[in-house]
Each structure stands twice: as structure tokens, then as C-alpha cells.
Ligand binder design. Structure first.
Ligand SMILES: Cc1cc2nc3c(=O)[nH]c(=O)nc-3n(C[C@H](O)[C@H](O)[C@H](O)COP(=O)(O)OP(=O)(O)OC[C@H]3O[C@@H](n4cnc5c(N)ncnc54)[C@H](O)[C@@H]3O)c2cc1C
Length: 260
């Protein structure tokens, strides 16, 4: 259980950043995951009032401010207009509406959980993050590590005429997925992402490129190449062997969906 001696309502993001750099302080987004950590801190820094909670459409991009709840993302007409049901599909399994009303987009990205379907969808959409004092960086770069003590201000998603589909497998409706795959396709680009391996979501760049070279989209060659790019492991939810055997099926389904 998380223990915090002092609650700090930060005056500015600069102050929050300076305190957060000290290991005795933690940053609070929705506070839903943090409160489950078995850790003690001198201070918990609340920045919710300094970050927005809106979804905005501006100059060929959608901006999701860091304190936007997963529930708002699930219900957003802007996200639905551009990308259909994928944003609803990637968060709807997460607890109940009450929990999704509390979980923030920024906290979900910062937690970098391998099971996060929201993160995999963002990666497939080639999203970027605005980090306070740094500026925009690609989500792909952020997921490779570093930036652990940086504050996410907003998420930026390009607006493209595209198709995207999430395929996942889970035991019960509200369980985290045992494995999931997201396939994105626009006029020129394909992006294949696999998450819950159970490691962090991975972009299969070679298989995605092969698809761009107009290979038979759901050919064995493409799926085999994607499988070569991926590693799987065992955790409480599934074995590596199970994940490895299910993955080609999820990939094929997702590819067929974006082709249909
Ligand atoms: C009961 C429960 C069930 C869940 N089930 C699933 C599931 O099935 N699948 C799944 O993928 N995930 C699941 N999650 C995780 C969830 O998706 C979110 O990742 C998580 O709850 C974080 O949300 P939060 O906004 O409350 O962040 P917090 O708990 O506040 O923060 C999480 C981390 O991010 C940091 N942080 C917060 N905001 C920012 C910011 N703006 N900038 C930088 N760092 C920040 C915090 O310091 C902390 O380290 C579950 C969580 C809970 C509580």
C-alpha cells in the first residue's frame, strides 16, 4: 500500500518537476495505480489542476491532455470520427466506469504497462508525447526507456484517413489481455503492434515494411516475419508457448479486419 507523508498541490509544473526528480517524491495522476504500490514517499505531488483534461482536434492532430480520463477517451466523438471504435475497445475492459473515470491518459502512458491496449493503439497510430520542458517525442522512443522522471503534458495523435483494428484474447471481460495485436493501415503505411507478450508493446517494423511493399497482406511470410521480431514470456496470465501459438491468429484477424 502506498504511504505518503505530505500531500503537495504543486504551484507549477516546474516546481513539480524539480521535486519529482528527488526520489522521495512521487507524482500523482489519477492515483489509481500508484496507490497499489508498496512504497513510502515524503510527498505526493498533485498536478491534476496544472494539466488539462480535454481532447482537442487541431491542425491535423488530436491532442489528448494528460488528465483526460479513460472514460472520456472511450466516449470521445472526435476519436470515434477519426478511428472508429478502437479507443472504446482498448479501454472498455478496464474495471468499471468508475475506475475509468479516475484513470488518466498521462498516468496510463507513464505506467508503461505491457498489458495496456491503450498504449498499443497509440503506438500503432504513431503518437507522440509532449513532455514538460522537453517538447514532443515519439511514443516509440519513450517506450524504449528513459524519461522516467518527466511529466507528460499531452498525447498527440496524427489525423489520418486510416483503418485500425485491435484483436485481443482474455479469460474474462474485465481481465487484462493475455495477448493483443493492433494493426494500422493508411494510404502508404502499415503498423503492426503486439502487446501483453507480457512485455511492453512492440512495433514489428520489418513485417510492417513488408506489408508496405505490397506483399500478400495476410501471407504466411508476413506473419512469420512479425513472429521473428517478437519475444514472449510466461506470467500469471499465460505461458510463452500459449502466447506464441495464439499470436499468428490475432495478427491474421487484425490484418483481415483492416483489409475488409
Ligand atoms: C484496479 C485496476 C485494474 C487495472 N487493470 C488494468 C488492465 O486490465 N490492463 C491494463 O493495461 N492496465 C490496467 N490498470 C492500469 C491502468 O490502465 C493505468 O495504467 C493506471 O491505473 C494509471 O492510471 P492513473 O492515472 O491513476 O496513474 P497514477 O496511478 O496516478 O500514476 C501511475 C504512474 O504514472 C506516473 N504519472 C502519473 N501521471 C503522470 C504524468 N502526467 N506524467 C508523468 N508521469 C505520470 C505516476 O507517478 C506513477 O508512477 C489497472 C489499474 C487498476 C487500479
Amino acid at each position: 500500500m502506498l504511504k505518503i507523508e505530505n500531500y503537495i498541490k504543486s504551484d507549477s509544473l516546474q516546481q513539480a518537476k524539480e521535486l519529482y526528480r528527488l526520489d522521495v517524491y512521487t507524482l500523482l495522476g489519477g492515483g489509481t495505480l500508484s496507490r497499489l504500490y508498496d512504497q513510502s514517499f515524503i510527498g505526493g505531488i498533485d498536478i491534476a489542476h496544472l494539466l488539462g483534461n480535454k481532447i482537442l482536434e487541431e491542425e491535423h492532430q488530436i491532442i489528448i491532455q494528460a488528465m483526460t480520463s479513460l472514460r472520456s477517451i472511450e466516449e470521445s466523438p472526435v476519436l470515434r470520427t477519426w478511428y472508429g471504435s478502437v479507443f472504446k475497445d482498448c479501454v472498455a475492459h478496464l474495471g468499471g466506469v468508475q475506475l475509468r473515470n479516475m484513470i488518466s491518459a498521462g498516468g496510463t502512458v507513464a505506467a508503461r504497462q505491457g498489458t495496456s491496449e491503450f498504449l498499443s493503439v497509440l503506438l500503432a497510430l504513431d503518437a507522440s508525447l509532449d513532455l514538460y520542458g522537453i517538447g514532443l517525442i515519439a511514443l516509440e522512443q519513450y517506450l524504449q526507456g528513459g524519461y522516467e522522471k518527466d511529466i507528460i503534458v499531452s498525447l498527440h495523435i496524427p489525423c489520418k484517413t486510416a483503418r485500425i483494428h485491435l484483436s485481443s484474447v482474455r479469460k474474462n471481460y474485465t481481465d487484462a489481455s493475455m495477448l493483443h495485436a493492433v494493426v494500422y493501415r493508411d494510404e502508404k503505411t502499415w503498423r503492426i503492434v503486439v502487446g501483453a507478450r507480457p512485455m511492453r508493446a512492440k512495433l514489428c517494423s520489418k513485417a510492417s515494411r513488408m506489408l508496405e511493399q505490397e506483399k500478400e497482406p495476410d501471407s504466411k511470410e508476413v506473419i512469420d516475419l512479425a513472429m521473428d521480431e517478437l519475444a514472449f514470456a510466461t506470467d500469471l496470465r499465460a505461458t510463452s508457448e500459449y502466447r506464441e501459438s495464439v499470436c499468428p491468429v490475432l495478427l491474421r484477424r487484425a490484418i483481415q479486419e483492416v483489409l475488409s
